[in-house]
Design a protein around this ligand. Sequence first.
Ligand SMILES: Nc1nc2c(ncn2[C@@H]2O[C@H](COP(=O)(O)OP(=O)(O)OP(=O)(O)O)[C@@H](O)[C@H]2O)c(=O)[nH]1
Ligand SMILES: [Mg+2]
Length: 450
Amino acid sequence: MYKSLSDRLSGIFDRLKGRGTLSEDDVNAAMREIRIALLEADVALPVVKEFIEQAKAQAVGQELVKSINPAQMVIKIVNDQLIHALGDEPEAINLAAPSPMVILMVGLQGSGKTTTSAKLAKLLTTKFRKNVLLASLDVYRPAAQLQLETLAKQMEIASLPIVDGEKPIAITKRAMNAAKTKNTDVIILDTAGRLHIDDELMTELKEIKALSNPIETFLVADSLTGQDAVNIAKNFHDTIEITSIILTRADGDGRGGAALSMRHVTGRPIKFLGMGERVDQLEIFDPHRVASRILDMGDIVALVERASVLAESEDQEKLAKKLEKGHFDLSDMAKQLEGMQKMGGLSSMLGFLPGIGKIQDKLEGAGLDDSLVRRQLAVIRSMTKKERRNPNILNGSRRKRIALGAGVQVMEVNRLLKQFEQMQTMFKRMGKMGQKSFMRQGLGAMMRGM
Ligand SMILES: Nc1nc2c(ncn2[C@@H]2O[C@H](COP(=O)(O)OP(=O)(O)OP(=O)(O)O)[C@@H](O)[C@H]2O)c(=O)[nH]1
Ligand SMILES: [Mg+2]
């Protein structure tokens, strides 16, 4: 049985009372435990080492906040760093190219390429309203092409007719030609697996990539891959340059350490998680969720969340500085919404948001309130960093894309942007005058006073 990380750390820190900062010894002791937790989660050793070094540097000398104990403090530092190392925020699939665009699926044998090709086809068809053409380039494994065709038929999505004896390059060309006449938006090329990195197949992949110029080259990898994750990712990336990663079998027992390893060596984002064998079991990769899974088993999340609510005053200070310069953006709004979520529900805080007060009565009791915040966060998270910083660029088509990504109507995106504008105007008017009380009481109290 595992001892939970928080238990372990509490043990270490019990003797540390009444001191103001974390000493190097304290931090070293804590990092030993975190190292074990990361290794147990199957993060590759070199990645663990580097991660620990960075966390140490951040933790030593860190001032202890009164309301948070040192164990919580360290967990928060490590959790934040882990989220950062996993990519901070979910990253959307890249579809910014004229049709037909190509998505290339590569990976080791049995990693889940064919299943994931079908999952992506389904997602692109239903959520993004794209016309998809599936094509299998796997002429090596018997019945591999048939496997993809069968999945395509079940989903009623187009697949390239199988021509016996045709080589992968020829199939790729045929798929691209077919796409032109068939009004296809996205061609998904499912390639043959390999047991290990094999020169011949790699050369073939390179040719296919050069020929098809894919907008996304997904490395599909099993999330239960342990220490080998680094080598696999590095080899694929070095030879054919991937753009993104999809981890399959995230529904298994593993704690997802491969995510950290692969992201670390390639610097490429992980975009999806395979959560089962069915074609609808594909989830967007969320660094926050995966971080808590890697570090511990649940209780840690609650701990850290509580700790960060308490530590929020720092964030508020940063925010106040931004406001002073008139730089309140959608990321800041997201932080405020997250804060609300953490502080236990929306109803007590609804009044803080301009525009919502009026409909508060209707929302209350209908159980709609919390899902509203969740949806608003989903909307903001579906935006690119650039869009969050500069909402002026959100034209109709961007809004549509965001709505699709967040699973809401465009109307909701518009409403959120309107709210954002109101907040921004208010902050501008507040100017410097409001700053002191803002620092003292936080945004919530401030807005209630308006
Ligand atoms: N539990 C679970 N099983 C999965 C997932 N993705 C794929 N599988 C299963 O893994 C097995 C292999 O999947 P494939 O999609 O055929 O893998 P592949 O990479 O195309 O394999 P090759 O073409 O032989 O290289 C199948 O039995 C899938 O049902 C997942 O996210 N979760
Ligand atoms: Mg396959």
